[in-house]
Design a protein around this ligand. Structure first.
Ligand code: PA5
Length: 338
């Protein structure tokens, strides 16, 4: 059990176990939204921060696999010129009070973008309602990062409803089934992994572009839930630069556990390259862990590897005796900025 800044008691593990249901419900929320825009959009932008923005990366990764729809994920106050009156903008903020997202929202509205707000309330819900934009309300009382299904899936539902993408119905069902079936197995594996990560520095490497977002999610979850630093890298790129850095400072790199994320789309040369790289740096490493995605659809492969990372972050939090729910520094910073 952990505690949110509002004093709400939360069981983070239970929320991770709710993900299969979140995926199904979240997708339906998007499909059932009363959104009837007849505008022709030239691009889609997904704007948010932290746990509310990662869903944008997931959607973008999936859409990129199979469509030419230009799709952008943005995390800042100012927005680029490509976001204009031909843009469908998803503004995602769990609290609805994140200032970067609100500032970007104001500017997008000024430029005439069509907006869909995804939030549990706050200023974003009020503003979007006042401005006549669609708001998809997600359940309240959760840490934003644990609502990843509710914050991601409505975007896919709306895109399909507007015929900007295919239907993801079957993919969602597959992902939800795999997650439900494997959750307990993964939880036990996560406990073992957390033992290896204790007092070590995790480096999460993705070996296919489908899993870049997963590596980033691992990093954010290890940061926020387990309160540890984590680094991410991508293969083959890291083979052209970072490989030279292993070994210095030696007291740091010997404590690195390299977590390699592998997918059916991982190019054979990347797999071979990863193994070669490991053989070259093994003296300067603390160890390696391989994680393989499961399922057929990109959605299943992404979420099957995300969930393992989420579970590891909670298991490591327990091992470190820290609260996976509270994020005091982030709260203090937001408060001070307010
Ligand atoms: O997971 C978290 O709690 C954070 O990363 C938040 O998502 C981030 O600070 C943005 O807040 P919000 O999701 O309320 O817009």
């Amino acid at each position: 059990m952990g505690e949110m800044s509002e004093g709400i008691r939360i069981d983070m593990l239970r929320l991770i176990f709710s993900l299969p249901e979140q995926l199904l419900k979240g997708y339906q929320m998007g499909k059932e939204a009363s959104f009837l825009s007849r505008r022709r959009f030239e691009n889609v932008a997904i704007i948010g921060m932290g746990g509310s923005a990662i869903g944008g990366d997931i959607v973008r990764t999936i859409i990129l696999q199979e469509s030419s729809l230009p799709i952008l994920v943005w995390r800042d106050y100012q927005i680029p010129p490509i976001i204009n009156n031909k843009t469908l903008g998803f503004f995602v903020s769990y609290s609805g009070n994140t200032e970067e997202t609100l500032c970007a929202y104001k500017e997008a509205k000024k430029r005439g973008s069509e907006v869909v707000a995804i939030t549990s309330g706050g200023i974003l819900a009020q503003e979007a309602d006042k401005d006549g934009f669609l708001t998809i309300e997600v359940p309240k009382g959760m840490p934003p990062r644990s609502a990843i299904g509710f914050l991601t899936m409505p975007i896919l539902g709306v895109l399909n409803k507007l015929r900007l993408s295919r239907s993801y119905e079957e993919d969602v069902v597959e992902a939800s089934k795999i997650l439900s079936k494997k959750m307990e197995v993964w939880r036990r594996r996560a406990v073992n992994i957390s033992q290896r990560l204790y007092n070590m520095l995790p480096f999460v490497y993705s070996t296919s572009r489908l899993l870049d977002v997963v590596a980033y999610r691992w990093r954010c979850q290890l940061n926020e839930n387990a309160k540890v630093l984590c680094h991410t890298g991508e293969l083959p790129e890291q083979r052209h630069n970072e490989i030279m850095g292993f070994g210095a400072p030696d007291f740091v790199t010997r404590r690195i556990i390299l977590i390699a994320l592998v997918d059916q789309m991982t190019h054979p040369r990347n797999l071979f390259g990863m193994k070669l790289m490991l053989s070259l740096i093994k003296e300067d490493l603390g160890g390696t862990i391989w994680i393989k995605s499961e399922g057929v659809s990109p959605l299943s492969r992404i979420f099957s590897t995300i969930v393992v990372g989420d579970l590891v972050s909670v298991a490591l939090a327990k091992r470190r005796k820290v609260d996976p729910v509270s994020i005091p520094r982030i709260d203090k910073l937001k408060e001070a900025l307010r």
